[in-house]
Design a protein around this ligand. Structure first.
Ligand code: SF4
Length: 399
């Protein structure tokens, strides 16, 4: 196996920025009702998985560039025994160079946060934890099939702070479906909206450093999608979804959080350094089943199932399922697509250097129209979406 992935020529304008390292933990204690991600609940696979993961690290280790962010996500990383998680994080620096000031994030479920886990994460050098709260309303948590209550989440956040974590992120979900049996639809939709505002208010009151607010999308085959198909619940309509987005953005910014990406808000200086690499098209290496990597030119992704991943590595094969080399055209479209999701936007000069295209000249008419509609603006050499533009970020990339 040849582990060479980051080529200097591919990294192009990103040579001055270190890549990020992502490790996927594909285990969950139980499946949530909305989850379309790949994860398994059979934890007897954990020992074999961790062995395979170390083989994959060995495959890429040695030659790889230094990383200045490490993100352990899932699935549910905190579904691993705390001692295994601590050992894994310790072992990573035996395979790769992780810079001294690296941002090291672990995703955790509120139900798993106890003294043992927090001590293990502190000892391992984790300096940022991201807690999957999703809602501070118990009815909503029950609808989503989460295995924790609102009170457990609040206690978990306090415990994390008391343990010394100074950089805490929370994940929330808005736009939940509601039951038409509860009364008139618009009244139920209004109630749902009020529940969301209350969750947001509770979250802000807990003073997290970072908040991710995702709009719920129903993935085919999930219990919630099935309930929706049977007419037992109704999904929030599009105009209401726009209300959620715009109101959330307004409340968060008034509360001192910068709306720096479509779904993400941060206190000053607390933006996720790791996720910013994805949006800024900076190279990253992803390890574990279904993990994606990007070299600046090549994208590759791993086999999706735990068993296939373990099997490949056990037989000395790379677990890469497929790769694609991106053309300049694909790269520049991705740059627009990702850039318009961020408040910073697309750097016109970098775009010009990298793709030899002057967006302002080429797209003068369409940009003039979007600007008149209040969707984009130019600020300090960046073409960026306004708040209203972020609400339709994906369509802006089609300019
Ligand atoms: S914890 Fe996350 S990955 Fe696991 S089932 Fe729930 S939503 Fe899916």
């Amino acid at each position: 196996m040849n582990g060479r992935f980051f080529q200097t020529a591919d990294m192009g304008v990103f040579l001055d920025e270190l890549p990020g390292l992502y490790i996927h933990i594909p285990f969950c204690i139980c499946k949530c009702n909305y989850c379309g991600f790949y994860s398994v609940t059979d934890r007897s696979l954990i020992p074999g998985y961790l062995k395979a993961l170390r083989r994959e690290m060995d495959f890429y280790g040695g030659w790889a560039a230094s990383f200045d962010t490490l993100y352990i996500g899932g699935g549910t990383p905190s579904a691993l025994p705390a001692a295994e998680l601590e050992k894994l994080i310790g072992d990573i620096s035996g395979f790769f160079t992780i810079s001294r000031d690296a941002e090291i994030t672990v995703e955790v479920n509120p139900a798993d946060i106890d003294a043992g886990l927090l001590t293990a994460l502190c000892r391992a050098g984790v300096n940022r934890i991201n807690i999957g709260v999703q809602s501070f309303n118990d009815d909503s948590l029950s609808l989503l099939g989460r295995r924790h209550t609102a009170l457990q989440a609040i206690i978990a956040i306090h415990r994390a702070r008391d343990a010394g974590f100074g950089n805490i992120g929370l994940d929330l979900i808005y736009g939940l479906p509601f039951s038409p049996a509860g009364g008139e639809c618009s009244r139920e939709a209004d109630r749902n909206f009020v529940k969301w505002l209350s969750t947001l208010d509770t979250a802000i009151g807990l003073n997290p450093d970072h908040l991710s607010c995702y709009q719920l999308t129903l993935e085919d085959g999930t219990p919630l999608a099935e309930q929706c198909r049977r007419g037992e619940i109704i999904l929030t309509d599009e105009s209401r979804q726009a209300d959620y987005f715009l109101k959330t953005s307004q409340i968060m910014e008034e509360s001192g959080y910068h709306h720096y990406e479509v779904s993400n808000f941060a206190r000053p200086g607390r933006e996720s350094r790791h996720n910013r690499k994805y949006w800024n098209h900076v190279p990253y290496l992803g390890l574990g089943p279904a993990a994606h990597s990007f070299s600046g030119r090549e994208r590759r992704w791993n086999r999706r199932t735990v068993n296939a991943y373990i099997g490949d590595l056990a037989s000395g094969q790379t677990p890469v399922e497929s790769t694609e080399i991106l053309s300049d055209e694909q790269l520049h479209l991705e740059t627009l697509f990702l850039g318009f999701r961020t408040r910073r936007g697309v750097c016109l000069n970098t775009f010009n250097i990298r793709y030899g295209r002057d967006l302002l000249t080429e797209k003068r008419d369409v940009l003039k129209r979007l600007s008149e509609e209040g969707l984009v603006e130019i600020c300090n050499g960046y073409l960026r979406p306004t708040r209203a533009g972020m609400a339709v970020a994906d369509s802006l990339a089609l300019i």
